[in-house]
Design a protein around this ligand. Sequence first.
Ligand code: PDD
Length: 284
Amino acid sequence: MSRIAYVDGFYRRLSEPHIYVEDRGYQFSDGIYEVCLVVDGQYWDEAGHMARLRRSLEGLDIPFQMSSASLKIIMREVLRRNRLRDALVYMQISRGVAPRDHPFPDKPTLPVMVMTVKPYSLAANDALAQKGIKIVTMPDIRWGRVDIKSISLLPNALAKQEAKSKKAYEAWLLKENKITEGSSSNAWIINASGSLVTRPLSNEILGGITRESVLKAVTSLGLKVEERAFTYEEALEAKEAFITSASSLVMPVTHIDDQQIGDGQAGPQTLKLRDAYKQVARPS
Ligand code: PDD
């Protein structure tokens, strides 16, 4: 993590204390967040991330007034103060500060925005993509509105910890023996007949912005897409598998629960799709 953050109107050192004890984000997870990638000072999939930020705010009825132009100015300033041109930008908006009580405060609070940046290396991510990643699976124990990008991430953090303890990169979550998504990514397979399969949008997955762009990129490669839930067994029998997210782009999966997928190497179609995705997401 870098040294300077934007916290509710001020640029502050991360080492300084600045948490409001009664911030509803802190006490109730009553807030939303967004993560977007900046490479060489350029924002990838920017419009999609901004649009989802608004959808998440609406989903929780948080009256955040700041324009996207102002948000972008702050983003640029946080990057500048941390001397970064390649980074993951994290922005979080909570409902605000109010005496602790479950319902929303009668007198509307001012939402509290926090922004941090973390150095990112596209070259390192590209190198990882050549090797591919291992994933593990576990039950999806999250709430019923994971389409809202809320900061309530304890089940996701527990799943990622479990993956880490098994030396895997990501955890795929299972509901009724079907994969919903990863703990911080969307899940995809390419089956024996060459179709790309990924779960359709619903309350049960986060609508990934990378997922959206990959669906656009797919048309340029002439691949067939099936937006439907797929089973654990289908995943194990897949020709290729991969995850998508702002930080991992399109990342090949070589093993699921220690079982080899395809020939156990990063899938060639997946790597092509990764290139095609870059064309779509990178601003021209
Ligand atoms: N995670 N599903 C979940 C549960 C996620 O947390 C994410 C993103 C995605 C992919 O969304 P996108 O393609 O818009 O990044 C899917 C971010 C990166 C995070 O939590 O850090």
